[in-house]
Design a protein around this ligand. Structure first.
Ligand code: AGP
Length: 610
């Protein structure tokens, strides 16, 4: 949800380092932002709005000149420690006062937080009764006051932070600084937090891109752990202060992978990265001569049934995966993760697969925990090595898409589909797999062919001022229809819905008019294509413009106003190819409507609250 960063050892570059880190974390929240620098004195600056608003306020005045900031002192010191935050509001609107960092009564302590403190009202009442004054609507503000109280009892700073955090219930990744103390303190429970280690400086952040430019060495913190960094080193402890031995991991992707590489938006860049992402996903996993798929990272899996839990785009990938599992004779069902716990189906030798790009989505983690609690084996299909889902599940299968910054999931959806496809091939091991495997091999170049020659922009130009947009498809194209609509609505802010093609006539057809384009995904020339063409005719009879996404195998073109072509392929790869065309239409429509494509309003990349 929110993005947090802390650093020590960057000397005069500390503020720039924080601002750079926040720019890499802005995908996690962008309704307000703030920074604090601490040495003998503590200086804080916070602003509602995007990071640019904070940046301008910093360039117009030095941090220490701010009206809301300085405790004492007359300037930045040589080597301050610092923390920074970019917010996605949960408690209180995005205002200057609600922006982080939050301070205690004395102005000595500053805290940033990602997550939700569930018992904050109780703590706030208690602290207010003791005379503490609050200036925001946030749950976070109780934390600096708790630290203040602990410091007042004579505790050392590190102990005071641990003591304050031990009072919290809920989800948090927290960083705190205290005037006169050359350290950043951090704690984690149910919200992501990683520690970065370079030769001269140390970092804490919600996600690796925040400090990837400075180091590829990271430590993943676990729930219940505390970390301390200063310019000389780092330490991780448990709640009692006992040192916890942690392993240091090396990040394999390049810092450049988190830049825009000349594209106007991350989303467009990430759409164009799909051929490479798919190659990475397939690499070393497919034995074409032997006609088999080998996923060496997985232990033995022999489930009687499979349940998927996921949210949003990942749920659409899960719907696709469930169909593939059923096609190899394993009963499978996809659940929206936030609904899973309300009616968990019976679990008996079940495999529960959490599909989650970030590996940090609270709804999905909660469903996976419920499944584990009931005795199921769990598997995380995720993009983020070391993410909570990857660490908590019995098994992890990585989609290898590389970092995705745009809030709208694009390349990770493609990589999720292919990873789930590989998983079913790995479990199936049948002779018939050879054609499917050949289809997978051709997939990256087929996606490239679409990217090199698409009329998606013309379609967007023609229809971007319509009343609403509908997306239909059957079988494996149903999840693509849902995903096409989700992408369209989240970045264009236009009304868009996806339906199973056959369902249109059972209600939604009432909405169809000459001003509601219908995108129909029709590939192959089999029974499903024939039936979807029947649904297209129903739409056409209501004068709605039809845009067929097709490989040309059927005669759907006869009934369509426009065609978005995809190369001939296998049914399971056709779904992915059709989705690429729909991603491009959404992107161009949103660009024509001048929407903030990479940071759609009200949304965040990683949703770490339930
Ligand atoms: C879609 O573009 C969104 N980014 C969103 O639906 C996302 O897929 C969902 O929040 C789940 O995220 P996850 O894959 O990180 O769990």
């Amino acid at each position: 949800m929110c993005g947090i960063i802390g650093c020590a050892g960057r000397g005069g570059e500390t503020l720039d380092t924080l601002m750079h880190g926040l720019s890499k974390l802005e995908y996690r929240g962008y309704d307000s932002a703030g920074v604090a620098l601490s040495n003998e004195e503590l200086s804080v600056r916070r602003k509602a709005g995007t990071l640019d608003a904070l940046r301008s306020s910093l360039s117009s005045q030095t941090l220490l000149d701010g009206d809301d900031s300085t405790v004492e002192g007359d300037g930045l010191h040589d080597n301050p420690v610092g923390i920074g935050h970019t917010r996605w509001s949960t408690h209180g609107p995005p205002t200057d006062d609600n922006a982080h960092p939050h301070r205690d009564c004395t102005g000595r302590v500053a805290v940033i937080h990602n997550g939700i403190i569930e018992n904050y009202q109780e703590l706030r009442d208690e602290l207010a009764a003791e005379g503490h004054e609050f200036h925001s609507d946030t749950d976070t503000e109780v934390v600096p006051h708790l630290i203040e109280t602990a410091l007042d009892t004579g505790m050392a700073p590190e102990e005071a932070v641990r003591s304050a955090v031990s009072r919290l219930e809920g989800a948090y990744a927290i960083c705190a600084v205290i005037a006169g103390v050359d350290r950043v303190f951090a704690a984690r429970n149910d919200s992501p937090l990683v520690l970065g280690i370079s030769e001269e400086a140390y970092f804490l952040a919600s996600d690796v891109p925040a400090f990837r430019e400075f180091t590829d060495q990271v430590v993943y913190l676990d729930d219940g752990e505390f970390a301390v960094i200063n310019k000389n080193g780092w330490r991780v402890t448990d709640v009692d202060g006992t040192v916890v031995e942690k392993s240091i991991n090396t990040i394999e992707w390049d810092p450049e992978e988190t830049g825009k590489s000349g594209y106007d938006h991350y989303m467009l860049k990430e759409i164009h990265e799909q051929p490479r992402a798919l190659r990475q996903c397939l690499q070393g996993r497919v034995d074409e001569l032997g006609g088999e798929v080998l996923l060496d990272e997985l232990g033995a899996l022999d489930p009687d049934t499979v349940q998927f839990v996921a949210c949003g785009t990942s749920y659409h990938a899960a719907l696709y995966g469930a169909q593939l599992f059923r096609s190899i004779g394993i009963p499978a069902q996809a659940f929206i993760a936030s609904e899973y716990a309300t009616s968990v189906p019976p679990i008996e030798n079940d495999l529960v697969i959490g599909v989650t790009q970030s590996g940090e989505t609270a709804d999905t983690l909660s469903a996976l925990r419920e499944a584990r609690h009931r005795g199921a084996k769990t598997l995380a299909v995720t993009n983020v090595v070391g993410s909570t889902a990857a660490r908590e599940c019995d098994e992890a299968l990585y989609i290898r898409a590389g970092p995705e910054i745009g809030v709208a999931a694009t390349k990770t959806f493609a990589s999720q589909l292919i990873t789930l496809s590989l998983l079913t091939l790995h479990l199936n091991g049948s002779e018939d797999d050879r054609d499917v495997i050949a289809g997978l091999r051709d997939l990256p170049s087929n996606v490239q062919a679409i990217l090199d020659d698409t009329n998606a922009r013309e379609i967007a130009e023609e229809y971007h001022d319509s009343d609403a947009y509908f997306f239909i498809g059957r079988g494996l194209h149903h999840p693509v229809a849902l995903e096409g609509a989700l992408k369209f609505k989240e970045i264009s802010y236009e009304h868009a819905e996806g339906f199973p093609a056959g369902e249109l006539k059972h209600g939604p057809l009432a909405l169809v008019t000459e001003n509601t384009p219908v995108f129909a995904v029709v590939t192959g020339d089999g029974e499903q294509a024939r039936k979807t063409i029947g649904n297209v005719k129903e739409v056409e009879a209501r004068d709605a413009p039809v845009i067929a996404v097709t490989d040309g195998a059927s005669d759907v073109e006869r009934y369509a106003d426009h065609v978005l072509e995809i190369p001939e392929s296998t049914p399971r790869t056709a779904a992915l190819l059709a989705n690429v065309q729909l991603q491009l239409v959404s992107y161009h429509a949103a660009a024509l409507l001048d929407r903030p494509i990479d940071k759609p309003r009200n949304l965040a990349k990683s949703v770490t609250v339930e």
